[in-house]
Design a protein around this ligand. Structure first.
Ligand code: FAD
Ligand code: NAD
Length: 479
């Protein structure tokens, strides 16, 4: 069904709805939104949706990165009324003038690369950036794991470390350093990446480059007493035991304080409470210590008096309206609504806003019609019975529409891959909770993520990638 995209023509009688971001929150909103009711404009520096749960698999080539990307233009093509997309970053929001400034920060820039967009309604779904806590050396020397580019960088660097370690005459110490893959942060991102990396080594690198295999080691460094703090105790124990069986070293109660080009310096708290400073050499360092607030959000927070205590993002009310504003909503990782920063929360919030906006448009249409009928009734008394009947029906509909309940998150469970074809799951099951780990859970993990993929195209590509890497091994070429 490759019909051309309908042309975007703003209708002056409709409100302009600007949506920032093409992540989990904004795309869920776009999916639900009846775009005929508004002039919809989407602004994002990324012209695709990214299925983040499978991003760790791209770092080793188990899955190719394009299999988990869906172009936003392909998504928008299916909307009934055309939506305008600008590949740009929103650099500031002026809530008084109701305009946003946008900048094209991509490599190719035209004569115009900065402009303003006025809005009537604004949805902020810009996500978060990587937390570094100002620790020296992190930005310069480590890889993050948030975007496609990060996964590509890691994939390249793993193989660079391996090939450099195999270089003629490399000393034992240097091989040990190069083959030491350090992950800072034992949250789900760090744990899933460590599991994928160990799989890559056990299933492919070991066979292809056997001479360096005895030196390969993955270490996960976590500040808290255990990894996966958001999972149940039983699954934390299962995960830690499985990781240890996989020969992954877990250093808990260890806080990284400084990073250099080839070492991390950390402080370990011993069981007796004493502290020890250690220097850990590494070849690859992946930094996965969670989220920090984006500058555009910090800037907006500083412009709204009611947000003066907001530190972790934009405080929103139960309808996801940014506190202190009337026409700005925030969803996902940049909003503080009392939920964890997850894809599940972001997509439910986006979906909620889609329904809310559809309802708001219907309400306005019904109210306008009621207004029209009432004035007609006043002018020509003859047809008043019919009009009164219609008004009554519309008012009934309106009461129903206006009765929209506030947003409530419904937790479907947590899932994480932990390597060697095992996964852990804390899921809601028949009104109760089920905590499970192992190979069956891994099959569940695979099928759940496959079914959650954005499109059939993504599902087919991911399945083919899984089959390909199983049958032929992962591709170890360093692109
Ligand atoms: P994002 O999905 O991050 O989207 C933000 C969008 O805003 C992007 O398109 C970005 O380009 C755009 N943007 C950024 N700055 C600007 C700007 N200035 N102007 C305009 N647009 C901007 N959660 C789960 O529930 N389950 C999982 O299994 C899971 N796995 C994960 C694995 C990894 C490796 C990572 C990193 C995260 C994972 N998460 C998972 C968390 C989940 O991805 C996030 O909670 C989710 O992406 C948040 O959605 P969002 O829409 O708020 O932001
Ligand atoms: P996170 O915030 O969940 O975990 C970061 C970890 O880093 C924390 O445990 C913290 O104690 C540790 N840390 C912070 N500073 C440190 C330091 N200096 N030294 C050592 N350790 C340090 O971050 P994440 O794993 O990136 O996850 C971000 C969000 O995305 C979470 O809400 C998570 O649930 C979600 N997510 C979910 C999945 C999944 O469900 N499978 C996968 C990835 C991410």
């Amino acid at each position: 069904d490759r019909h051309p995209e309908p042309q975007y023509e703003p209708d002056p009688s409709k409100k302009t709805l600007v949506i920032l971001g093409t992540g989990w929150g904004s795309v869920a909103l776009l999916k639900k939104l009846d775009t005929e009711n508004y002039n919809v404009i989407v602004v994002s520096p990324r012209n695709y949706f990214l299925f983040t749960p499978l991003l760790p698999s791209c770092t080793t080539g188990t899955i190719e990165h394009r299999s988990i990307m869906e172009p936003i233009r392909a998504i928008l093509r299916h909307k009934t009324a055309a939506v305008k997309f600008y590949e740009a970053e929103a650099s500031s929001i002026d809530p008084d003038r109701k305009v946003i400034k946008i900048v094209d920060n991509s490599e190719v820039k035209g004569a115009t690369s900065e402009t303003e967009i006025p809005y009537d309604m604004l949805v902020i779904g810009v996500g978060a950036e990587n937390a570094t806590f100002g620790i020296p050396g992190v930005r310069e020397h480590s890889c993050f794991l948030k975007e496609i580019g990060d996964a590509q960088r890691i994939r390249k660097k793993i193989m660079d470390c391996v090939e450099t370690a195999a270089f003629k005459g490399q000393s034992g110490d240097e091989v040990g350093r190069l083959m030491h893959m350090v992950v800072v942060g034992g949250g789900p991102t760090g744990v899933e990446f460590a599991g994928e990396l160990q799989d890559f080594f056990d299933e492919d690198i070991k066979k292809l480059v056997p001479e360096i295999s005895s030196h390969f080691k993955v270490t996960v460094i976590e500040a808290l007493p255990n990894v996966l703090p958001s999972f149940s105790k039983q699954l934390i124990d299962y995960t830690e035991n499985t990781l240890r069986e996989e020969k992954i070293d877990i250093k808990t109660k260890t806080v990284v304080k400084n990073v250099t080009s080839n070492t991390v310096e950390a402080e370990i708290t011993r069981p007796d409470g004493t502290k020890e400073r250690v220097v850990i050499p590494y070849g690859l360092l992946v930094w996965a210590t969670g989220n920090a607030v984006r500058p555009i959000v910090t800037d907006l927070v500083s412009r709204i008096a009611a947000q003066k205590d907001s530190r972790r993002g934009l405080a929103v009310n139960e309808y996801l309206v940014v506190q202190g504003t009337r026409d700005i909503w925030a969803i996902g990782d940049c909003a503080v609504a009392g939920y964890a920063p997850t894809a599940q929360v972001a997509s439910q919030e986006g979906n909620f806003l889609g329904r809310l906006f559809n309802n708001m448009a219907k309400t306005e249409n019904h109210e306008a019609r009621i207004q029209e009928l009432s004035s007609k009734m006043n002018l020509q008394a003859g047809n008043s019975a019919e009009a009164a009947h219609e008004i009554e029906a519309l008012e009934k509909k309106l009461r129903k529409i206006k009765d929209i309940k506030p947003f409530r998150y419904s937790h479907q469970g947590s899932l994480a891959y932990i390597g060697s074809e095992k996964a852990v799951a804390d899921v809601s099951w028949w009104n109760g909770n089920l905590a499970t780990g192992g190979s069956l859970t891994y099959l569940f993990w695979r099928s759940a993520y496959l079914s959650m993929c954005f499109s059939t195209r993504n599902r087919v590509l991911v399945t083919l990638d899984w089959l390909k890497s199983k049958a032929f091994g992962r591709d170890v070429s360093r692109e």
